[in-house]
Structures are given as structure tokens and as C-alpha cells.
Design a protein around this ligand. Sequence first.
Ligand code: CMC
Length: 391
Amino acid sequence: TGAFTFDPGFTSTASCESAITYIDGDKGVLLHRGYPIEQLAEKSSFMEVAYLLTEGELPSAEELKRFEYTISRHTMVHEQLLQFFRGFRRDAHPMAIMCGVVGALSAFYHDSTDVDDPKQRMIASNRLIAKMPTIAAMAYKYSVGQPFVYPDNSLSYTGNFLKMTFGVPAEPYVVDPVIERAMDRIFILHADHEQNASTSTVRLAGSSGANPFACMAAGIACLWGPAHGGANEAALNMLREIGRPERIPEYIARAKDKDDPFRLMGFGHRVYKNYDPRATVMQQTAKEVLEKLGVSDPVFDVARELEQIALKDEYFVSKKLYPNVDFYSGIILSAIGFPTSMFTVLFALARTVGWVAQWNEMIGDPEQKIGRPRQLYTGAAQRDYVDIAKR
Ligand code: CMC
């Protein structure tokens, strides 16, 4: 009954009103609450961007201090969660662990699940932002068989995450300011991206009034796929597989071949039909970090060369395919010391800020309804049941 707009993949459907993030895909513009991503990446911190996205305005120095303090109060996870971790196979993908563990938080915090109460929503949001680094670091530690490292609230949000990830109880851990800044910038670049697939998933899951921790687990599940957040892992694996500039044409040819499902990972975007502004900052950051850390990774040269060749190729030009946020991020993460399996986890950590901001905006919207798309039915017409003996 009724006429529906048929829009598979939601290429032209606005699912909500939102005042958080603006993208002009043709011009390659990304603004958070009006502020250009380039300025935020250069001048701001991830905690400041988290405040901006969730509260709507940049914080004063006092507000930022208070926010950072509040987040630091929630960095620990319940000791029982450690047992939950230990139930996973040691070689489980960290994103599989993230889906399970973040969903499991719903069973720990019964005092932050009345989604109609703004105060409880705020507690749930703060808990999520605060605990994601702890859980992400634990996923890493579990995979390498090292002891979990407890949060250190004397450090910055990002410094603490690095210590929990790379520190070991046997030795003092000193945060390298170059790595801390690079990591913080990567978090800023991933913090929000309006109604992308995982954020839409969080909104849809949350639209039924479901538990916020469970909704975030749904977002993590969606982010995992290689067409979305999983592309950072896939992109670095691809660049490593290419290995040397001489092999680039072979891969370009494969990406253009209609009969080959291969795509250039870290290339193309549903909304950007121009350079992804996050990729510009990411490329620059990759260059700086490799220089400052004295790391020479041939994969960076392969990436730059691949980009140059693709940007001149008729196929990529006509389809408006440019590098996206995932193209260069892996090179930095790898230089910092993360295995590829952790890349999407880091994306999830940062995007949690966007997810909670968007979830809060949705629940607080008086127009909010359960998300319930329709369909164009293509199945059998009505027919009568046939007894099994007669089939
Ligand atoms: N390599 C080769 N061809 C491509 C690529 C690519 N990376 N991306 C798109 N195309 C082609 C595609 O084959 C199609 O060609 P045709 O019109 O002849 O069938 C055309 O370009 C349009 O692609 P589409 O799949 O219809 O576009 P979409 O908006 O549905 O998909 C995308 C967007 C990001 C999923 C896609 O570009 C892709 O798969 N890219 C590789 C994965 C990737 O880097 N994902 C990260 C996205 S950015 C941040 C994030 O979410 O993590």
C-alpha cells in the first residue's frame, strides 16, 4: 500500500535532521559544528572535538578541564569484564572482541540505560567515550598475550591509551609526544562523519529505545566491514601486497576490470566526489610521523605513487574516485606499532564520540520515531499451503 521512494543503499535519502556534521562532497568540505576539519586537526585535541561534537560548542578552558576530568573518572572497566575477555580465542580478531565486549557493557550499567533521561544518557555517553580506549587496549593486549595495563589518569586521553596498549608492567612507559599528537589527530579525523553506515546503524538500533551500549556494539559490527571502517586494514594489506611501485599498474588494471571484484581499498567514497579532506591531513601526517620517527616505509612511496597514477587515470577521474580517510591512516598506525588487525578498532574508538553525539541528538529530538524503512516486495504472490506429502 502507498507509494514509496525506492532508494537502495540510501543514496538520496535524508534519514534525519542533524546539527552536528556537514559534508559538501563535491567540494571536499567537512565541518563539525561549523568548524573545518583541517583547523580542528591542526589546532584542537580529540577531547576538545569530543566536547564540541557532543555539546555543540567548543569548550572554554575550564569546561574542557572539567570534561577531561569527568572522562578520566570512567576509564576503568569492571574487573569481571576481564573474564569476559578471557573467554575469547587468543587469535580472535580484535573487532570480534570489540563487538562482544562493548555489547556486554549493557549488562554492567543498569543505572545508565533509561534513554529518556538526559542525565543517564550523558553518563552512558561518558562511560562509552572513557572506556573505549581501555577496551581497545585490552583487545590488543589479549591478542599478544601480555597483561592488561590499567588506565593512568595522570596522562592525556590519548597518552593513557598508548600506555595501556604499548606499556608493560615490567618497565616505566614514557609517552612519545610525536606519537601522542599523531594518534590524537587520527582520532580527530575519525570522530564523526554524519550519517555513514555505522552511525545510521547506531541511530536505527537506538530508535527503538534499546540499551546504548548494545547500540554501540551494533555500530562496531557495521564499521567492521571492508567497505566502511575495515578499509584501513584492507588498504594497508593491499599496499603491502603491491610492495613495489613497479607492480602498481597491475593492481590499477585489476581495479578497472569489471570481471574482477578487486577494488582499490582506501579509494572512493559515497559522498566525496573530490579529495576527502581527511585524506589530505592524513597524508601530511604520515609524512611528518615517518620523518620524525625516522621510519622509512616503502609502503608510503607505493601509496603516493598509486595515488598519483590513479588520479591521472581516466577510470578513476570519470568515476570521481579519490583517496579517502583510510588510504594513508594505516601507514601511520603501522609506524606507531599497531598490527593491521587493530586499525579498525582505533576507528571504532574515535567514532564512538560521533556515535554517542548522534544517538543523543536522535533521542532528544521530539520528532524522533522508530526507524522503519519500507520495501518493494518482489516475492511470490499469495498462494495456498501445499501439504508436505504433495510437494
Ligand atoms: N576501486 C575501483 N573501483 C571503484 C572503487 C574502488 N575503490 N570504488 C568505487 N568504484 C567504482 C565501482 O565499481 C562503480 O563502478 P560502476 O559504476 O562502473 O559500477 C563506481 O565506482 C561507483 O561505486 P559504488 O560502489 O556504486 O559506490 P558507493 O558509493 O556505493 O561505494 C565505497 C562507496 C566507499 C563503498 C566504494 O568506493 C568502495 O568500495 N571503496 C573501497 C573501500 C573503501 O575504501 N572504503 C572506505 C570508505 S571511506 C571511510 C569509511 O567509511 O571507512
